[in-house]
Design a protein around this ligand. Structure first.
Ligand SMILES: O=C(O)C1=C[C@@H](OP(=O)(O)O)[C@@H](O)[C@H](O)C1
Ligand SMILES: C=C(OP(=O)(O)O)C(=O)O
Length: 441
């Protein structure tokens, strides 16, 4: 059993639900947790990160920072970090699990060390995700890099001085974020030029926001194609509070919109840099009844939904959740400009299309878009493949709640990557799941 009371590895059987009602507090943001923990470690003194996520990705960051020499103690819901500043230990092997952002941010910082090796125990997921754009930028800065054809495992050694460097932001914003975290600690700082069509602006802004929260100065052009960070700075230790998580909450909001009842979701501040905040506006445009009262969103579910066409890049981690709404909306919804979804925990375009089709829902793809034609009903009674991807599992769960007969989702424990209490939260709203232990983690 794991701390959430669920088997270590399991499939989930999702029972159809008539309605969802009740109140929840949104879990802590994944993206801010990883950033605040890293910045706290890069600071000299002690930082209290208030209300950290308990997901596997947060755990991966804590484990790696500790291996590099940070002091880590968990006090209630907070993490207290004693930083290593600009001097992480040399010769350490880090395993960020399946956490892409964690892996990439650590690769950037590894240029402060000698012989940091990053490995993964997810060779079929993180092990396949591309790292070359970041590794080449680090090499151009003077780092020594060994990789497995631009993929993990990689070994990185500094020192690097800094200066001007280009990095492609076409496949992921995480490469640029990694360099931005490194920049202030380099003697010459960084004059970063982002090349290609920049994707995922929102997490980049969260990275810059984090620098600001730790007293680091920088300047950035409006379109983020240039970021200048003066060198020789320090991250200032202190106290930061993690806001609520919009990507995971988007799945709760979509579930609440699809089913009858009233759901109140607290801890979601209105002015937030998480792009997935846009999920609220998208659901409203589809016909959902969502009202905001301060940090609480109130959903009156069961309204008929209609299709929309949107550029999905601004809310990349909410596309799967919104696809559940699209699968039951009238008409064909298209998420455009979402090519980066192919490079996440699974291929969130092709794999999603296949799972939807298997459930009898019309779906089509192009290189950079996904279109979904809403079905009047979903028969269910089938097994769907979770693809080891927490966001695919959220999507399939929502479809199971709306189906006529239960849907079994394989590898549902991978939900713990970002939202360990996802099933528990839905249970408190009235959903019913059977957890079926499996052998293969
Ligand atoms: O910087 C981050 O924390 C993240 C950036 C996004 O990735 P891409 O920049 O690869 O789109 C997002 O999908 C991921 O969950 C977290
Ligand atoms: C893609 C995701 O995370 P990461 O890139 O950090 O693995 C995600 O949370 O959906």
């Amino acid at each position: 059993m794991s701390p959430d009371g669920l088997p270590e590895a399991f499939d989930v059987l999702v029972h159809p639900a008539r309605g969802l009602s009740g109140e929840l507090r949104a879990q802590p943001s994944k993206n801010y947790t990883t950033r605040y923990l890293l910045a706290a470690a890069l600071a000299g003194g002690e930082t209290r990160v208030v209300g950290v996520a308990t997901s596997e990705d947060a755990g991966a960051m804590l484990r790696c920072l500790e291996a590099w020499g940070a002091g880590v103690s968990l006090v209630g819901e907070d993490a207290v970090i004693r930083g290593f500043g600009a001097s992480p230990r040399a010769g350490v092997t880090l395993n960020p699990g399946n956490a892409g952002a964690v892996a990439r941010f650590l690769m950037g910082v590894a240029a402060l060390t000698t012989d940091t090796t990053l490995i993964t125990d997810y060779p079929d997921s993180l092990g396949k995700r591309p790292q070359a754009d970041l590794l080449e930028a680090l090499e151009r800065l003077g780092a020594r890099v060994n990789s497995h054809g631009g993929r993990l495992p990689v070994t990185i050694s500094g020192p690097v001085q800094g200066g001007m460097v280009e990095v492609s932001a076409e496949r992921s914003s995480q490469y640029a974020s990694a360099l931005i975290f490194l920049g202030p600690l380099l003697p010459r700082g960084l004059d970063l030029r982002l090349t290609g069509q920049i994707k995922s602006h929102a997490p980049l802004r969260q990275t810059l926001d984090t620098l600001g929260a730790f007293g680091v100065s920088y300047s950035a052009s409006e379109d983020l194609s240039r970021v200048s960070i003066p060198g020789g700075q320090t991250y200032r230790a202190g106290r930061v509070a993690v806001p609520g998580d919009y990507p995971g909450s988007a799945a709760i909001l979509a579930a609440a919109a699809l089913l009858l009842g009233e759901v109140r979701l607290d801890n979601l501040r209105e002015h937030d840099l998480q792009g997935e905040r846009e999920a609220v506006a998208v659901l409203r445009d589809m016909g959902a009844d969502i009202v905001r009262e301060g940090d609480t969103l109130i959903v009156h579910g069961g309204q008929p939904l209609c299709a929309v066409t949107r550029d999905g890049d601004g809310f990349t981690d909410a596309v799967q959740a919104l696809t559940a709404a699209a699968a039951l909306a009238q008409g064909t919804t298209t998420w455009e400009n979402v090519s980066t979804l192919r490079l996440k925990e699974c291929d969130r375009i092709s794999d999603t299309r296949r799972e939807l089709q298997r459930l009898g829902i019309g779906a089509e793809e192009t290189a950079d878009s996904l279109s979904v034609t809403g079905a009047a009903r979903i028969a269910g009674g089938v097994t769907a493949d979770g693809h080891g991807d927490h966001r695919m599992i959220m999507l399939l769960t929502l479809l199971g709640l709306k189906a006529d007969a239960p849907i079994r989702i394989t590898g549902a424990h991978h939900i713990r990557k970002s939202y360990p209490l996802f099933f528990r939260h839905l249970e408190t709203l009235g959903a019913r799941f059977d957890y079926l232990p499996t052998d293969t983690p």
